[in-house]
Design a binder for this molecule. Structure first.
Ligand SMILES: [Fe+2]
Ligand SMILES: [Fe+2]
Length: 153
């Protein structure tokens, strides 16, 4: 069974981010398919590597559009990556696979909220500034204290 289904409601109308998010959903579902098997690690590592690149892409856009280096969107990325590191360590170093299995529904619940709130705010900021990710800019002076979302000062 799929952990998460891609629907148009998840699309943010930004081709790079939508492709990346579709890949994230596919990799999460690939992990869900093997989570209860003896070796879910390759699928986990594929998701982990993709997530590092996914977040790095968004961080780069934030830096180029004037987000403060410390903002709630970046902090949420850091927390997720830290969780992935910890879960991997539990599995590989201690033979505890349950946290890795529990991660699948947790990520399936987390992702749509993150995309709708924080990634959507980033895309909105990019559109407002006329920022084209295919025409990278030098890093901007930080002008926004938060993530650009309405819930963040
Ligand atoms: Fe994202
Ligand atoms: Fe994000």
């Amino acid at each position: 069974m799929s952990a998460l289904t891609w629907t148009d409601s998840l699309a943010l109308q930004q081709p790079h981010i939508d492709r990346t998010h579709q890949e994230f959903v596919e990799l999460l579902n690939a992990l869900a398919a093997v989570a209860e098997t003896a070796d879910p690690l390759p699928a986990f590592d594929a998701l982990f590597a993709h997530t590092e690149a996914h977040f790095a892409m968004e961080e780069s856009w934030m830096a180029q559009t004037g987000f403060a280096p410390e903002n709630c969107h970046s902090r949420q990325h850091q927390m997720v990556l830290e969780l992935l590191r910890e879960v991997r360590g539990c599995a590989v170093d201690q033979g505890e696979w349950e946290p890795l299995r529990r991660l699948v529904p947790a990520l399936a619940e987390w992702f749509p909220q993150h995309a709708e709130m924080m990634d959507a705010a980033l895309v909105f900021t990019m559109q407002q500034l006329g920022f084209d990710p295919d025409a990278p800019r030098p890093l901007a002076e930080p002008t926004a204290a938060g993530c650009g979302g309405s819930s963040c000062a």
